[in-house]
Ligand binder design. Structure first.
Ligand code: ASP
Length: 406
């Protein structure tokens, strides 16, 4: 009952945010601090949560061989679902042809993309290890922290019984962190209201938003249709087949996290709520969720992968550059990698798209064509990213449980 009341308040917060941002954009911009406060509270908990939950998760698995089987299942799930998402995107963009007759215009690229013109796969690999953990944490670079937390967990299991006191420390810290997150959750309705109202306000209100979307209606429609196909049909079907859960109930359990993803455009900032909803409400075991979700928030991005493929081919269509089967295959591979390499922060996918464009020789300036609507599509794809992580946790949990019983 308490959960339902909170969910209804969050939905009301989102709807009020849309209305306020649509009709009173100037005042809405001023209410942005409410959203920022909420976002900061979530972000504040992300790093401690990732470190504690991964250390506890890995040590709970005990034997490194268990970690191996969980790891293989997790990576397999991530790759298969990401690949399905990219294929949906490619089929739709080739069929709808949103870039046909769209033409090109020169737009300014933001610094964050200009500075990535030399971005390569080596950078993705180098991002796994950081020489300075404090700096990585302060820059919100999560991947090196994930890597060291997993390694530290493995090292603790190798130390043996003497490590018990350290494991206990992380385990109790993890519980305390979850309690704090539980408290932050009650601020979600106001936070989501502030985030949505502010974003619409910055755009200039409802009319400006509609005008923006109409200019790129076919492109936005293609991405959103793909996200719906993947999020409403493919993932629920996988959930139902492999975890035997009712997709609708699972979706309702996750609704708070999904709305937060929509409002924040960040899988990482949403992680505390994804964890809370998956474990506390959907009753996925903490053992699985504490490893699969932190990893998923950074690595598994179905929505981003789908969007990268659509956007790259859309840009090719705008420039009138034909994409043969070879190029499509390259886009399939690079969009998958670019999504894995994208951080769980707002508009990260836009930056890693440089990789996809470069791989098939498309002009990076093409990103200028889709820049204006990216903040909106980012919110939509982040929601699917988080949904994909949560579905993965349920499916992998079921396999883990049946593996243990056999
Ligand atoms: N904002 C997305 C996320 O956090 C990443 C992206 O830009 O696609 O999941």
């Amino acid at each position: 009952m308490k959960h339902h009341r909170l969910l209804l308040s969050i939905i009301a917060g989102a709807v009020l945010g849309v209305l306020f941002g649509t009709f009173f954009p100037e005042q809405a911009v001023r209410s942005g601090f409410l959203g920022e406060l909420f976002l900061n509270a979530l972000k504040m908990m992300v790093l401690p949560l990732i470190i504690a939950s991964l250390v506890v998760g890995v040590t709970n698995l005990g034997d490194v061989r268990h970690l191996g089987s969980l790891g293989i299942r997790t990576v397999f799930y991530y790759l298969v679902t990401t690949a399905i998402a990219v294929i949906i995107g490619i089929i739709l963009v080739l069929w709808i042809q949103p870039g046909q007759g769209f033409g090109v215009f020169a737009g300014d690229l933001p610094e964050q993309i200009r500075s990535k013109e030399q971005f390569s796969y080596k950078d993705v690999l180098m991002g796994l290890i950081h020489p300075n953990l404090i700096q990585a944490a302060s820059e919100f670079q999560i991947l090196p922290l994930i890597v060291i937390s997993i390694i530290f967990g493995i090292a603790l299991t190798m130390v043996g019984p003497r490590a018990r006191v350290v494991v206990e420390f992380f385990s109790i810290s993890n519980e305390a962190i979850m309690k704090i997150i539980h408290g932050i959750m009650y601020f979600t309705p106001v936070g989501i209201f502030g985030l949505i109202a502010h974003r619409l306000g910055v755009t200039g209100g409802g009319d400006a938003f509609v005008e923006l979307i109409t200019q790129l209606a076919k492109y936005c429609g293609t991405v959103i249709l793909g996200l719906i196909l993947h999020g409403v049909f493919v993932l629920p079907l996988l959930l139902w087949i492999f975890s035997r859960r009712n997709p609708f109930i699972y979706f309702m359990n996750l609704a708070k996290a999904l709305l937060t993803a929509l409002a924040t455009a960040s899988s990482s900032a949403t992680l505390p709520l994804t964890m809370e909803c998956t474990v506390d409400e959907a009753k996925v075991s903490n053992r699985t969720a504490s490893v699969v979700l932190p990893l998923g928030a950074t690595v598994n991005m179905d929505g981003t992968a789908l969007y990268e493929a659509v956007a790259a081919i859309f840009i090719a269509q705008c420039y009138g550059i034909a994409m043969g089967f070879g190029e499509q295959l390259t886009i399939f591979l690079t969009a998958t990698l670019a999504a894995i390499g994208a951080a769980g922060i707002p508009e990260a996918g836009l930056v890693t798209m440089v990789l996809v464009l470069q791989s098939v020789g498309l002009p990076i300036e093409g990103i200028g064509l889709i820049l204006a609507v990216d903040w909106f599509l980012d919110r939509c794809r982040t929601t699917v990213n988080v949904w994909g992580d949560a579905v993965g946790a349920a499916i992998i949990d079921r396999f883990e449980a049946s593996g243990e019983n056999s």
